[in-house]
Design a protein around this ligand. Structure first.
Ligand SMILES: C[S@@+](CC[C@H](N)C(=O)[O-])C[C@H]1O[C@@H](n2cnc3c(N)ncnc32)[C@H](O)[C@@H]1O
Length: 342
């Protein structure tokens, strides 16, 4: 336990750095949340998959090595990684196709829902926190939500939430959407570039009584969706995209694409184990600057007056995740941050 303990506040320590140096046994929880079985995902009671252990080991290795791997020649995430590229395999569609093939088999043979990334507790916190945030926004309140405050009376809440169209990008097994449906959201869509993930998500939704949730195969980096959504959720998808050998470029493509999916006045909620809240805010700031500079250049070329606002603005983040000390800094394994689309 040396040097590592839980603290009430979160901070800026790099989670990638922690993933390298902190083992699950070094962590303790102050609120009975189960903390990492490995540095990337947490197994849940939703059932294990056929080769979970190997995949968890591989995923942990990929995450912990991601800082040390030189950029390769891979330009397509449809390509199969070779042995050298194994540290970034979570950035490849082939990895996810194989993972969801196993999970589909496991679902058909044993009824297991499979992996809940970052654990059930995090998923539940994300859903209830997002509900409270959306109710605040619907009621015109400044979104200064404090964790632990329950969303308003459920009837009013359900009424307000029914007007929110929700998109979950990289939905995987779609369980986050089921959780959001339980919270009162009703206009729900999930996309994933892995067709097998979508098959699994649809099968689970049908089985669990959520057949109103829509699921589509779509690559967020080359999205075919033309609709804008009031609420866009991302739990672990930007993390996965960033693990591709061309991660930095793909992360820029991600922002260019996502900005078109969030309706003006809508919200983007990102949950990450790979970036801290401050790193995500910084990434959004860079995106805003890039967009403003591009727009100004265009206006100058047209000899027009330029006055551009940032596209995304930080709104709030979850403060209740367990945090711990590492290398003199305090941080949380998981960050959930909301951005307002201006
Ligand atoms: C870590 S998993 C998280 C799954 C799900 N969001 C959850 O929380 O359980 C990352 C997901 O992102 C999907 N994904 C990765 N890159 C994607 C892309 N470019 N477009 C759509 N989905 C993508 C993967 O197929 C995988 O389902």
């Amino acid at each position: 336990m040396a040097g590592i303990r839980l603290q009430p506040e979160d901070s800026d320590v790099s989670q990638q750095g922690r993933a390298v140096a902190v083992s699950a046994t070094d962590l303790v929880s102050d609120d009975d949340r189960s903390v990492a079985a490995d540095s990337w995902s947490i197994k849940s009671e939703y059932g294990s998959t056929l080769d979970d252990d190997q995949r968890h080991a591989d995923a942990a290795e990929a995450l912990s090595n991601v800082n040390f791997r030189a950029a390769s020649d891979y330009s397509s995430d449809k390509d199969e990684p070779d042995a050298e590229a194994v540290t970034s395999m979570l950035g490849f569609q082939s990895y996810w196709d194989a993972a969801y093939t196993d999970e589909l088999t496991n679902f058909h043979e044993h009824g297991h829902a499979g992996e809940v990334w970052f654990g059930v507790d995090v998923m539940e916190v994300v859903a209830s926190w997002t509900k409270a945030l959306c109710i605040d926004i619907s009621q015109g309140r400044i979104p200064n939500h404090v964790d632990g405050v329950k969303a308003g009376a459920s009837e009013l809440g359900d009424k307000l939430l029914s007007s929110w169209s929700v998109l979950d990008i990289g939905t995987g097994n779609g369980l986050l959407l089921q959780e959001l449906a339980k919270q009162g959201f009703s206009d729900l869509t999930g996309t994933d570039y892995s067709e097998r993930a979508i098959n699994l998500a649809q099968s689970l939704a049908n089985r669990d009584g959520f057949s109103n949730i829509k699921f589509l195969v779509d690559d967020v980096l080359e999205t075919k969706l033309e609709q804008e959504f009031q609420l866009v959720m991302d739990k672990g998808t930007l993390d996965a995209i960033g693990l591709h050998p061309d991660g930095p470029v793909k992360r820029m493509m991600y922002w260019d694409s996502v900005v078109k999916l969030v309706a003006p006045g809508g919200i983007l909620v990102i949950t990450s184990c790979n970036s801290t809240k401050d790193e995500l805010v910084q990434e959004v700031e860079s995106f805003n600057q890039r967009k403003i500079a591009a727009a100004q250049e265009l206006d100058e070329a047209k000899n027009e007056e330029s006055q551009r606002d940032p596209l995304f603005q930080y709104v709030n983040h979850v403060r209740t995740y367990p945090t711990f000390m590492f290398g003199g800094s305090v941080g949380s394994r998981v960050a959930t941050v909301a951005f307002l689309r201006k």
